[in-house]
Design a binder for this molecule. Structure first.
Ligand code: IPE
Ligand code: IPE
Ligand code: MG
Length: 254
């Protein structure tokens, strides 16, 4: 039995080590107010600081945020430009604060399509926060799950071609080791805001056994209460990983 909502239950329930979020719904939030998508993106960025702090208080070790997908380049160039500018400004503004909080920042995804100034801002923010040992923030920007798997496969293929790895050594463990986030705890919980119930080419390999939580809340309205609803739902999940839970095994063996 799982009691959701009581403070005791919240305090004792299982906390995910790694939470990933698809921050969706900025455009609809803006449209509801008669504003352009840019206004939604600006409001959306503002949610991140509080969220990071809330995750730290709840002892979540890693927060991974989907900020820009490989496919988001298809959007109007003014919107893409605005998003790139917001990302750069966010990195410049927040890196020091993250260092003070002991948070280590990592950006995953392609970097070759970013401007040189954005690339520099990413490198500087990662360097400033590199020593952080009190939580990790991962930002997925120009990221795609298919790109990630392709890079991992290509890295293995190169090692085989160079004679540094036997073909027979390629298995799930070898591929997993080449994927982004390989050195971090597995993603326990994926949250998507805005009511959409799809992955949109976010972490594909890494979500194999993650719990999924979808909320209708649009990203700029996402607050600690919504986070706590997701955590409460997570606390009630029975993660079996293809095996049997205790109750079932007892019934089966009796
Ligand atoms: C998510 O909000 C932000 C990015 C994809 C960069 P959207 O801009 O996709 O918001 P909706 O889905 O149009 O409401
Ligand atoms: C996914 O949202 C990407 C990010 C939130 C960064 P999209 O809005 O791009 O996804 P679709 O197009 O609805 O699948
Ligand atoms: Mg969207």
């Amino acid at each position: 039995m799982c009691f959701v909502g009581s403070e005791t239950a919240m305090a004792t329930m299982t906390t995910p080590r790694h939470v990933a979020i698809i921050m969706d719904g900025n455009g609809r939030w803006a449209a509801q107010r008669g504003l352009s998508p840019s206004a939604g993106h600006k409001a959306g960025v503002e949610r991140i600081r509080d969220l990071l702090e809330a995750c730290k208080h709840r002892r979540i070790e890693v927060l991974t945020l989907f900020a820009f997908s490989n496919e988001n380049w298809q959007r109007p160039s003014t919107e893409v430009k605005l998003l790139m500018g917001l990302f750069q400004a966010y990195l410049r503004r927040e890196a020091k604060r993250m260092r003070e909080q002991g948070v280590c920042l990592r950006v995953i995804g392609r970097r070759d399509r970013f401007s040189s100034s954005l690339r520099r801002a990413i490198e500087e923010a990662e360097a400033i926060t590199a020593a952080g040992t009190d939580g990790s923030l991962v930002i997925a920007a120009d990221y795609g799950g298919q790109w990630d798997i392709t890079c991992a496969a290509s890295a293995l293929a190169k090692e085989v071609a160079a004679g540094r790895r036997p073909l027979a050594s390629i298995d799930e463990t070898a591929l997993a080791a080449k994927m982004q986030l390989a050195d971090l705890p597995p993603v326990d919980l994926l949250i998507r805001s805005s009511g959409e119930q799809r992955i949109s080419n976010f972490l594909l390999w890494q979500l194999a056994y993650s719990e999924l939580f979808f909320t209708d809340t649009l990203w700029p309205d996402f607050d600690q209460q919504v986070l706590d609803s997701a955590l409460a739902a997570y606390g009630c999940r029975n993660r079996r990983y293809g095996g049997r839970n205790d109750e079932c095994s007892q019934t089966a063996s009796s």
